[in-house]
Design a binder for this molecule. Structure first.
Ligand code: FDA
Length: 393
């Protein structure tokens, strides 16, 4: 039985960050990772270039049962703190769009940086190590039995992430542990995930697979403007991934196909300029050609625009600005970037991430009911929560 100050379950973004933050304070820290290597999601993130933070991250970019919960950690560990570490390690990066920072070269550099920091601070990282049992023994004493031996620790940090991409090591272990210790969970579901269509909805779009266009998508009061991509199974692209976190089966989704423009003004101007043109040609000036054609095969009369009555033109404009989408589901955890829901924040301290039920027990990162938008926000939450915990534990 080895004595520790902190045992962290999960060697992902939050677990590694927490490990060196706590170890820098002279604490004896071990990270237990069941996969054969740490940080697998970091490695695959951002298309291999890791969108490691977002310079505009605020609490407004997160979904949680308590939207205020993430404020404390995010305010104390900002994107600039992480950027400072990235620069100290000589990792080149660039802004892609909307404050999203990516490595110029490879996500591997972020994992290496985290491991180098662990080594410098004397935090031990054990891979291919599974937790077999966790016992709480009185006040702030936990016995953790693993496949690589048993540990007695005064603090236990759960950093096991969410359920997305099971092939990368995701498990529901953190949620089960939370439940065992009497914590409530908010229902989990896949977020930042492509939406699927079925029946005629799917048939109308499937052969347009590969077509992309900018849209503003709205659902349940949330709205995102970015590219949408039509896929064989439904819809994807940044705007759709974003809105998927706000969508639940049965909810209405609408698309503005001419974002930032008044559709009626666009159509009237086109009618004045090309009165004899067929509607699909008129629309092909402002939309991808195949998409414009499909609109006129299914939804709009393909007449010369001069033959459109005022009412018909208004109806066409209304369709373009509030195009209804009936999604049948999502692609699920197989392709989701994140898991919504998780350990209920009402039973955690927002400043230390410690359990209010079990002193010494902490939950950090994605396992907590805090989920960011697409664009580096999820890593920023992982870093910030880990820093808050690592400094308090
Ligand atoms: P994370 O999942 O990183 O780590 C959890 C660790 O715990 C894993 O290593 C896992 O193997 C381990 N584990 C699980 N169960 C265990 C057990 N029983 N015992 C021991 N270990 C266990 N975010 C972002 O901000 N920018 C981006 O570019 C991307 N891109 C991206 C792409 C893809 C494909 C995905 C799936 C996700 C993203 N994300 C992202 C989201 C981001 O990866 C995610 O939010 C963070 O990795 C969460 O960090 P955590 O440390 O909480 O979990």
């Amino acid at each position: 039985m080895q004595d520790l100050d902190v045992l962290i379950i999960g060697g992902g973004a939050a677990g590694l960050m927490c490990a060196f933050t706590a170890a820098r304070r002279g604490l004896r820290v071990v990270v237990v990772e069941h996969a054969n290597r740490v940080g697998k999601k970091i490695l695959m993130s951002g298309g291999g270039r890791c969108n490691f933070t977002n310079t505009g991250a605020t609490a407004a970019n997160y979904i949680s049962g308590n939207p205020h919960f993430c404020k404390s950690a995010l305010a104390r560990y900002t994107p600039w703190h992480f950027i400072d570490m990235v620069e100290r390690h000589g990792i080149a990066y660039h802004e892609k769009e909307l404050g999203q920072l990516f490595c110029d070269e490879s996500s591997k550099l972020i994992v290496k940086m985290l491991l180098d920091e662990c080594e410098a601070a004397n935090a031990r990282v054990l891979t291919s190590c599974s937790v077999e049992r966790v016992d709480a023994e009185g006040d702030r004493v936990f016995r953790v039995h693993t496949t690589l031996g048993a540990f007695r620790t005064r603090a236990l940090v759960v950093a096991t992430g969410g359920l997305s991409i099971p092939s990368m090591g995701a498990t529901g272990f953190g949620y089960e542990l939370a439940r065992t210790f009497g914590h409530s969970l908010r229902p989990t579901r896949a977020g930042l995930v492509p939406l699927t269509l079925s029946g005629t909805h799917q048939q109308r779009f499937a052969d347009l697979s590969g077509v992309a266009l900018p849209v503003t998508v709205q659902c349940n009061g949330a709205s995102f403007s970015n590219q949408m991509l039509i896929t064989h199974r439904g819809l994807s692209g940044p705007s759709i991934l974003q809105i998927s976190s706000y969508w639940q089966p049965g909810d209405d989704l609408t698309l503005d196909l001419l974002p930032g423009r008044d559709a009626l003004e666009v159509l009237e101007a086109q009618r004045a300029a090309h009165p004899g043109a067929l509607m699909h040609n008129v629309l092909a000036d402002v939309l991808p050609k195949r998409f414009a054609q499909r609109l006129c095969e299914v939804w709009l009369p393909d007449l010369p625009v001069k033959q459109y009555t005022s009412t018909q033109l208004r109806d066409a404009a209304a369709l373009l600005s509030r195009f209804p989408i009936v999604a049948s589901g999502t692609e699920g955890y197989r392709t989701a970037e994140v898991t919504l829901g998780g350990v209920d924040t009402t039973e955690l301290s927002s400043s230390t991430l410690e359990s209010r039920r079990v002193p010494g027990l902490h939950f950090i990162g994605e396992v907590v009911d805090v989920t960011g938008w697409l664009g580096g926000y999820n890593f920023q939450w992982a870093w910030a929560a880990a820093d808050a915990c690592g400094k308090a534990v």
